[in-house]
Design a protein around this ligand. Structure first.
Ligand SMILES: Cc1ncc(COP(=O)(O)O)c(C=O)c1O
Length: 406
């Protein structure tokens, strides 16, 4: 059996809860929102959390709540989710970049120290693919220069540094609840906030968004059901895998299917509106069960990394007290595209070109060789919790053989 690059599920009882919240009039507003915010803030160890319509909307609302002047100096990581610097730029801020390091693939604290000035208003640090960046050093540098620190936690629910959860180091931390993320409420997100006054301001901004209607709800349910179907191992093997094999021979199609199975949206389209009480009920339910899934994902990732030790270079943290959730197990492959094609041929579907070298945004120039290398080399291998250790071992053997061909 071929192994799909990801496994997506409908949140437990998604259709039933949609119906019951609809019937009881608690689809759009209700108590679950405040309960979910409290449960999430407690889990992370943050004073406050505010639900938002998406991770990217969380970033926009944060920048709005900070009431920055136009042209404020904002520093992002050179290799990240492009929509992040893109939105900061579109909101009228002056975006600059600090280079990443090749181990964590997160912002390099030394590069930040060389880039930041006392004029810098915001630093956005990303914990990519569930491996925390060197956030303690980054937080110290930001604080020394009086800059606000925002953690991009879209991937890192369940990851921690020195026993402290990612998302509680910065002034803000935004999480995404898209379908491929550790907590999946079919879209949406949450922002952890240190200052209760700023949290209130964020809440006001979030609550004044127009509610999304039934069309939106139907679209989210159908989209997630579709993703759950195509990543189901049986359907994947019967239909998707043969189609991927065919299309992988065509350059253009290979690019199209690079990240998820569809093109990544890099706009706010379908990502605004108001987070619903219905989604909060889905999130609350998962808070109780997500920890064992994170544990299994970590066990699979560590097994795969162990089996390929010395043969493949992996993204990892060198700090012994860092716990990564390995939302995506990430390798650095010099012949990434060819390796991914060969892996597909032997039954291992992989993912690439999810994050990008962002340094073209804002047109400021500069030299960012690590961002270029990461974009060219990052390849994600499947290690999601549903895979057995036997499957992981079989896959490790195949990967080792393919890598040895190059
Ligand atoms: C690193 C990172 N930041 C931010 C986001 C934006 O999250 P959302 O899709 O919920 O807007 C994503 C989405 O995949 C992401 O990967």
């Amino acid at each position: 059996m071929a192994v799909a690059r990801q496994r997506i599920h409908l949140p437990p009882a998604a259709w039933r809860r949609a119906l019951s919240t609809l019937v009881t009039g608690k689809m759009w507003e209700g108590d679950a929102i405040a309960q979910f915010e409290k449960a999430f803030a407690d889990f992370i160890g943050a004073p406050e959390a505010v639900v938002v319509p998406s991770g990217r909307a969380g970033l926009c609302f944060t920048l709005e709540a900070l009431e920055l002047e136009k042209g404020a100096d904002v520093i992002c990581a050179s290799f990240a989710y492009p929509v992040v610097p893109h939105l900061a730029h579109r909101l009228g801020h002056s975006v600059r970049f600090a280079e990443i390091e090749m181990d964590t693939l997160g912002m390099d604290p030394e590069a930040l120290a060389a880039t930041i000035t006392d004029q810098t208003k915001v630093v956005i640090a990303t914990h990519l693919y569930g491996v925390p960046c060197r956030i303690r050093e980054i937080a110290e540098i930001a604080k020394a220069h009086g800059a606000i620190l925002i953690e991009d936690c879209a991937h890192c629910f369940g990851a921690s540094v020195g026993g402290t959860s990612a998302g509680s180091f910065g002034d803000f931390g935004y999480f995404s609840f898209e379908t491929s993320k550790p907590v999946n409420t079919m879209g949406g997100g949450i922002v952890t906030v240190k200052d209760p006054e700023l949290a209130q301001r964020m809440r006001k901004i979030a609550r004044k968004q127009n509610p999304n209607g039934f069309k939106w709800l139907a679209r989210r349910l159908l989209k997630t059901s579709f993703e759950a179907t195509v990543t189901n191992p049986l359907i994947f093997n019967l239909g998707v895998y043969p189609a991927l094999r065919l299309t992988s021979k065509k350059e253009e199609a290979a690019e199209r299917f690079a990240s998820g199975y569809q093109r990544d949206e890099t706009t706010l389209q379908h990502r605004m509106g108001r987070y619903t009480n219905y989604q909060a009920t889905l999130g609350l339910k998962q808070m109780a069960s997500v920890a064992p899934m994170v544990e299994r994902r970590i066990a699979n990732a560590e097994r795969l990394m162990d089996r390929l030790e010395g043969k493949v270079r992996f993204q990892r943290s060198n700090d012994p007290d860092v716990r990564s959730n390995y939302m995506l197990v990430t390798t650095l492959m010099p012949n990434m595209l060819e390796v991914s094609r060969r892996l597909l041929a032997v039954g291992v579907d992989s993912k690439h070109t999810y994050m990008r070298d962002c340094t073209g945004i804002g047109d400021i120039g500069g030299d960012f060789p690590n961002a270029i290398a990461a974009e060219q080399q990052v390849l994600h291998l499947p290690a999601y919790p549903e895979l057995s250790l036997e499957t992981i071992d079989g896959m490790a053997e195949k990967v080792a053989k393919v890598v040895a061909e190059f």
